[in-house]
Design a protein around this ligand. Structure first.
Ligand SMILES: Cc1ncc(COP(=O)(O)O)c(C=O)c1O
Length: 378
């Protein structure tokens, strides 16, 4: 049996949806993107949702609109995908790394507070693997210190924190629709915010800084190009992707439920294995298990790397959870960072393991993964 790490869930709804922009000829950001944004805002409870070409560009737009600039520092977890830190570099600012908690793989307000300095302008807490970061203390800290909070909610579509959708407590939040994520538009991202002026600024910056979108100009029949008052980019989502997004939104509740059911079956089967930590879910959160990540400690029968190789040899795709950014060459060299500077991030880099989990995974496929992990680790 060959089991992939993930498999996007598409059916006839996506195929039908993709045909519409092809037939109308409107394939760049247009009516489907607008509908996807409307559905996403409604689903999350955000006042504004702005689709982008990826979560990386969504995060970059969030920092650009907050005018993060050279001389500023932005606090970023050391254990996250490299893009979280890269966007700070795009603005010429300095990412200041902070360690994580091993139980949740997320960072805490106390850890962040210790890294705040005079130049700190913003914090990017990450809701990793589909578990919301503990936002209330972070927002209280940010308010006390006059800092902006941009949540990296790349993995957190469908995740909840005290009844609120992930990302809605932050000033701005960014989501990813890469195929490894909960829903997908191939590449794609979304910024949400409650603030109308940031939303308008981001709408302009994602489209070269133009004050009026192509769709609005088309509707009004305007011949003149819009004004360009801010530095913009081409970070637009195409309407083909927007159509995919609309179709995926209709499946989202089912996808989240299915992911949670599969995760609970893994929990039950793997919880008792010596040296194997299953995902921790704090009270008041709903985890979407965008990635189902184990921590394989030194007490386990096999090391993480040996277990991973054995599973791969049996046709089961596995990955490390994510990487520690401070171990990546660009950051290591530029900021002279050592592995032990962020011990929990280093540990998570070396000991985390993602098991396959996707909504169309069959009971037999999951049963095979469980059987193999148990046989190897018991
Ligand atoms: C935590 C985190 N942030 C940002 C990103 C970047 O997302 P995208 O690939 O949509 O740019 C990812 C993607 O893996 C991620 O996991």
């Amino acid at each position: 049996m060959k089991i992939p790490i993930t498999r996007p869930y598409f059916d006839d709804a996506e195929k039908t949806a993709m045909v519409k922009p092809l037939e109308s000829g409107w394939v760049v950001q247009g009516p489907n993107v607008a509908e996807f944004e409307r559905l996403f805002a409604e689903y999350t409870g955000a006042a504004h949702a702005l689709a982008t070409s990826s979560c990386t560009t969504a995060l970059h737009l969030a920092l650009a609109t907050l005018e993060v600039q050279p001389g500023d520092e932005v606090i970023v977890p050391a254990f996250t995908f490299v893009a979280t830190a890269n966007v700070v570099e795009y603005q010429g600012a300095r990412p200041v790394f902070v360690d994580i908690e091993l139980r949740t793989f997320n960072t805490t307000a106390e850890q962040i507070e210790a890294r705040i300095a005079d130049r700190t302008k913003a914090i990017i807490p990450v809701s990793l693997f589909g578990l919301s970061v503990d936002m209330n203390p972070i927002m209280r800290l940010a308010k006390r210190q006059g800092l902006f909070v941009v949540e990296d909610a790349a993995c957190a579509v469908g995740a909840r924190y005290n009844g609120r959708h992930a990302g809605t407590l932050a000033h701005l939040a960014a989501f990813s629709f890469h195929p490894r994520k909960v829903i997908t538009t191939a590449e794609g991202g979304m910024v949400i915010t409650q603030d109308a002026s940031w939303a308008a600024d981001i709408a302009a910056r994602r489209s070269h800084g133009g004050t009026v979108s192509d769709l609005e100009r088309h509707k009004k029949g305007a011949f003149a190009l819009p004004e360009h008052d801010v530095l913009g980019y081409n970070y637009r989502m195409t309407d083909l992707q927007g159509a995919l997004g609309v179709a995926q939104m209709k499946k989202l509740n089912w996808i989240v439920e299915r992911r949670r059911t599969l995760a609970h079956r893994y929990d039950e089967a793997l919880r008792g294995l010596e040296g194997v930590q299953t995902p921790y879910v704090p009270a008041g959160t709903i985890h979407t298990y965008q990635s189902y990540v184990l921590l394989i400690s030194k007490d386990a029968r096999l090391s993480r790397d040996i277990l991973a190789q054995e599973l791969l040899a049996r046709g089961i795709s596995v990955r490390q959870g994510t990487h520690a950014v401070h171990l990546q060459g660009y950051y290591r060299h530029k900021y002279d960072l050592r592995p032990e500077d962020f011990p929990n991030s280093l540990y998570a880099d070396r000991h985390s393991l993602t098991l396959p989990l996707f909504p169309t995974m069959t009971d037999d496929e999951q049963g095979f993964v469980i059987e193999q992990v148990c046989a190897l680790m018991r």
